[in-house]
Design a protein around this ligand. Sequence first.
Ligand SMILES: *Cc1c(COP(=O)(O)O)cnc(C)c1O
Length: 360
Amino acid sequence: MRAHNFGAGPCTLPLALLEEAQAEFTDYAGSGMSVVELSHRSPQYTAIHREALSLAREVSGAPDDFDAVVIPGGATMQFAMIPLNLLGGERRRGAYVVAGTWGRLALGDARRHGKAYSAWSGEEHGFRKMPEKGEIELTPGTRYLHVTSNETIGGIRMTEIPESEAPLVWDMSSDFLTRPIHWDRTDLVYGGVQKNLAPAGMALVFVRRSALRDVPSHLPRFLDYRWYAEKDSVGNTPPVFSIYMMGKMLKLIRNLGGVAGLERRTAEKARMVYRVIDESNGYYSNPVDRRHRSHTNVVFRLPTSGAEERFLERAAAMGLVGLKGHKSVGGCRASLYAGLESESAARLASFMEDFRTKNS
Ligand SMILES: *Cc1c(COP(=O)(O)O)cnc(C)c1O
């Protein structure tokens, strides 16, 4: 039986895509070898690579003055590359919105490199909300404002684009392509692909070419965005399987109506689960300010930790897995990423109703 996988990452991928990959696996396009054995300079792999990156552009709607690149190392690698590449030149400070664990980690890495500061923090409120209009404070010399569009652990989503004199840098790891990107105010957007788009191993990054004017010349090539752009992300051997699967997933998203289609589908899945929480007379609870509830990571608690344990056990017995909350916060979390079928969300919602009826 195939699991309904609500894990927060690596994500579930649609069965149809896995089967397609399986059918192609040992003999890709008549090459006599699998995708993971092909030379990354071969015509077969080059076609896979170009198509995946061109779909990334097409589906995201990236303007022509942005480069689309894939970089090994996940989102965490970007926490380092962003300050390394962008904090040269005159405006040398990176501002960070800290609305959860990931924002805090991004700021921590930027501080190791150079001048970075918190422009807003939700920590004292227990990470339950995003900044309100006018709350973000930038100091002079700020090069960029880094924001996490969706805090995966707290289950909080940024609904309003922050006002900022500095260009925005977005960590969209956990809601990549499930919402439009505000290109005109943005210098860089990135996400680890393992939440919505592909198997783990890399980040998909869009960067405005003019933002790379002051990249320090001492950077090793592997840490320099310009190298990825110049070499079309094949400067060295790329994570070929991840790129191949990303291409399949992007094609699927395009067929679902692109970002707008995925946004609707994701909101619909989230509605199913939040409805059960809200209609449970407090049996299930969600701590997040309603306006900022995540569509991709729904966090919830049950009345006692004993009830949570039984809930997770019963759910697993029904094939509903990956529902344990992050260890830093406990409770439960249902991740509703792009690869999760709507039917899985519906199953979860009906299981939750049923569990409450029997246990409250
Ligand atoms: C998962 C996650 C990360 C870390 O991603 P890695 O690819 O594992 O480094 C960073 N930011 C957010 C918002 C995430 O959800």
